[in-house]
Write a protein that binds this ligand. Structure first.
Ligand SMILES: C[S@@+](CC[C@H](N)C(=O)[O-])C[C@H]1O[C@@H](n2cnc3c(N)ncnc32)[C@H](O)[C@@H]1O
Length: 197
């Protein structure tokens, strides 16, 4: 079930799943989360890495599973989250795994740095308008983009796909190549990839 997580992290894969389970409250989530969610984050890492990013920035990293995956693959980048406890837990997880990842406690709405060309901006289910902020920041910096749109409980896969398609249209109207890729067979997770090349 967690083939790619094992492939990247080896015997440390279970430490990541455990850290994830310890940090989230799964109570009322009707979707199966846990191993599958971690695996989906790692698959997203594969997809981003396949586009040979020069640098990555993950907005709303949570524990930073995706950024840890990219770091483990030898890519340079940094991870941002607004929640102090998640940044703290993420740093502890990175230390346990022996991975050197730059975590930042910051509201990404206030992020205003420039990035080298060929960078990827990644965001996993942002809330509160962050997806639009990320979209506009990626576009204004001519950055490549991997965006997992938020979904509401009970939303059908068709509705989720429709959200992805609206993001794709927004990117294509800015000259991006855009596609939507399924990240998991069991979770309604899709990523919209916007590339500028
Ligand atoms: C679905 S979680 C991402 C989980 C992450 N991909 C992982 O691997 O654990 C979305 C994250 O966005 C963060 N977030 C929400 N608004 C934010 C903002 N304005 N700036 C930075 N992070 C934000 C939340 O604290 C949360 O950790």
């Amino acid at each position: 079930m967690i083939n790619m997580t094992n492939e990247i992290f080896g015997r440390d894969a279970d430490k990541i799943v455990r850290a994830f389970l310890d940090s989230v409250h799964l109570g009322q989530n009707k979707y199966q989360v846990g191993c599958d969610y971690v695996e989906a984050c790692v698959i997203l890492g594969y997809i981003v890495a396949a586009n040979n990013p020069t640098y990555f920035v993950e907005a709303g990293c949570g524990l930073g599973i995706l950024s840890l995956t990219l770091s483990k693959m030898g890519l340079q980048g940094e991870a941002y989250d607004i929640e102090p406890s998640l940044i703290q837990e993420g740093k502890a997880l990175a230390a346990t795994l022996g991975i050197n990842l730059n975590y930042n406690l910051q509201d990404f709405n206030e992020w205003n740095s420039s990035l080298p060309s060929g960078s990827f901006m990644i965001v996993d289910k942002p809330r509160g308008g962050l997806e639009l902020v990320v979209l506009s920041k990626a576009i204004s910096t001519k950055c490549n983009l991997a965006l997992v749109p938020p979904y509401n409980l009970g939303e059908t896969s068709g509705e989720i796909l429709a959200t992805c398609e609206s993001y794709m249209r927004a990117l294509m109207s800015q000259g991006y190549h855009a596609e939507s890729v399924a990240l998991s067979e069991t979770l309604p997770l899709r990523v919209v990839l916007g590339t500028t090349f």
